[in-house]
Design a protein around this ligand. Structure first.
Ligand code: UT7
Length: 321
């Protein structure tokens, strides 16, 4: 059975930066509060770009690192909860922007766990022998879901895209992926409007992300602790076997709790939350790409990726780079 090997990574952030000081002028908040509670100092915010626009340069960079042409891609899997349109899917629109046709393209919506879910889908297609070259992307324009008068959410999120090019290989690659969901906690984290359902009156004025942050926080810390154990156990590995934690970047305190669980020093945790904020399904591939390109993550290193998000959804992936 073939494995998926990470042949290339790429990332892209829209150029406009919004600092905590900028947000102090918008809502009743302070730089000190945001930094202390979340670790975030700034975030990138898209202007007119949509998710497929952000995904394009990220995908091109991943292809370039892998030494692959776009027309060699068999499948595009896009993790996004901020799609360009309901359909065509954002993956289809990215395919068109890459100048290719014919290959399969689909979106996966698992909120902030979207990249881990997309990776799991891509890995399954490679392991089954169906496809040999798969582009996995996480791309989000979270700023479009923000209620810019709600200080409890608008300071947390940012926009961006990250990509990974997977190839079939005789060696791992991806050791395993683990994905879960439980919708019993919907009222703690949801978007207020959609297409066939609107769950609160604000939906009449647009769709906004709503979150009871402190309750989500507690759930996320416990759940991510459990998924670390599940992932190590599934692969017969110990904590010491992990070289790098590449977590979803929602909150520095959640990340620190997972690192403590792994007994991993923070130097071995890839952090972007300070500069990117929470870019939902883009955060893991953006962080991975940064650490690969600056030489921290090297071929042969074992990396644990994990995420928690709306749904609730959560998941992990253990890979050898
Ligand atoms: O990625 C998807 C999953 N999402 C997450 O993982 C996010 C999880 N949650 C969190 O990261 C944190 O819970 C937050 C950063 C959202 C909030 O931090 P917290 O330490 O849990 O604060 P809190 O919600 O308990 O609020 C504490 C206080 C409240 O005031 P009172 O009621 O104590 O007077 C809030 O109204 O902080 C207030 N507050 C703010 N103050 C200044 C909430 N937002 C702000 C703000 N600026 N932006």
């Amino acid at each position: 059975m073939p494995f998926s090997r990470i042949a290339g990574t790429g990332g892209y952030l829209p150029p406009q930066i919004v600092t905590n000081q900028d947000l102090e002028r918008l809502v009743d908040t302070t730089d000190d509060w945001i930094v202390e509670r979340t670790g975030i100092r700034q975030r990138h915010i898209a202007k007119a770009e949509c998710a497929s626009d952000l995904a394009l340069p990220a995908a091109q960079r991943a292809l370039e690192m892998a030494g692959r042409r776009a027309d060699e891609v068999d499948l595009i899997v896009m993790g996004t909860s901020t799609p360009d349109l309901v359909f065509p899917s954002t993956a289809c629109r990215l395919q068109h922007k890459l100048g290719i046709s014919q290959c399969a393209a689909l979106d996966v919506n698992a909120a902030c766990s979207g990249f881990v879910y997309a990776l799991s889908v891509a890995d399954s297609f490679i392991r089954s022998g169906t496809y040999q070259c798969v582009l996995v992307v996480g791309s989000e324009v979270m700023s479009r879901l923000m209620d810019w008068s709600d200080r409890t959410t608008c300071v947390l999120f940012g926009d961006g895209a990250g990509a990974m090019l997977l190839e079939a290989s005789t060696e791992p690659g991806i050791f395993s992926t683990h994905i879960h969901s439980d919708a019993a906690y919907e009222e703690l984290l949801y978007v207020s409007g959609g297409v066939s359902c609107a769950v609160d009156p604000a939906a009449q004025h647009g769709a906004f992300l709503r979150m009871k942050g402190n309750e989500v926080f507690r759930f996320a810390v416990n759940t991510l602790g459990r998924i670390v154990d599940e992932t190590l156990e599934a692969n017969g590995m110990r904590r010491e076997d992990i070289d790098w934690l590449v977590p979803h970047q929602a909150n520095i305190r959640i990340i620190q709790a997972t690192a403590r669980k792994l007994r991993l020093p923070m130097e071995n945790v890839v952090l972007t939350v300070e500069r990117h904020g929470n870019t939902s399904s883009a955060s893991i591939p953006l962080a991975l790409d940064e650490a690969v390109r600056d030489g921290r993550i090297r071929r042969g290193d074992n990396i644990l990726m994990e995420a928690f998000g709306g749904g609730f959804t959560w998941g992990s992936a253990l890979a050898r780079f």
